[in-house]
Ligand binder design. Sequence first.
Ligand code: CIR
Length: 236
Amino acid sequence: MAGLTVGFGEYTHAIVRGVPASLPKDALRMNEANDDVDLARARREHELYVGVLMHKLGLQIVELPVDDSLPDSVFVEDAALVCGDTALITRPGALGRRKETEMVKKALTDLHLNIVEMTDESATLDGGDVLFTGREFFVGLSKRTNQRGAEILADAFKDYAVSTVPIYDALHLKSFCSMAGPGLLVIGSSDGAQKALKVFERLKDHMLIPVPLTQMAKVDGSLSCCSILVNKRHEM
Ligand code: CIR
C-alpha cells in the first residue's frame, strides 16, 4: 500500500463563507420538520468555528462574501475538493447549489492552485461525499454524487486509488465518518458515535476543541462542511 501523502493533515488556509439570512427558511434539509433554525445563533456558532480555525489552529482565513441568494453557501466543502496543489471544482448534485462554486473557484485560483473543473453535464459530486485518507479516496454514491462524478475525481487525482461507497440513509459519506488524524477514521451512528468517542479519549496527545453547530445541523450541516482546508506550506 502506498505511504501517507507528505503533509497529510497539515493546512495553512481555510476557506469559509458566512451564514446567509436565507438559510433558516430556504436551506435544503432532509427533515422538513426542522423549521426552527435560529439565524443569530447559527451565526454565533459559525463565528466561533472560524475563530477556532484561526486562533487555535493558526490557519489563515479566506472569507468569501455572504450571499443571501445562495441559502446553502455556508457549506463550502461541497463546492471543491482540494488535494495537494490541485482543486477540483465540483458540480453539486442539488441544482440550486451550482452557483456556489463560482466564488469558491475564485478563492482557490487566488491561492494559485491548479484548477480542474467538473464540466461534464452527466456528472454530479458534492465534496461532502469525498473522504481522503492520505492514501486513497472514498467517494459516496448518494443522492448528490454519481458514478461519473467519482470517475472525474479519479481522473483529477490520478496518483490515488478511488473506491466508491453506496450511501443510503445519510446525505453524504462524511455525514457519518471523517478522518480524525493520519491513519484514523472515525465512523459515527448512534452506537458507533459512542465508540468513536472512546477512540478520541484514548488519544491523549490530541487536542479536543468542542465547537457547537446546533443550528446548521438542522439543515444537515456538520463541522467539516463549513470549510475547505488548503496547505500552501511548501511555498513559504
Ligand atoms: C444541503 O442539503 O446541501 C445542505 N443543507 C447541507 C450540506 C452539508 N454539506 C456537507 O456536509 N458537506
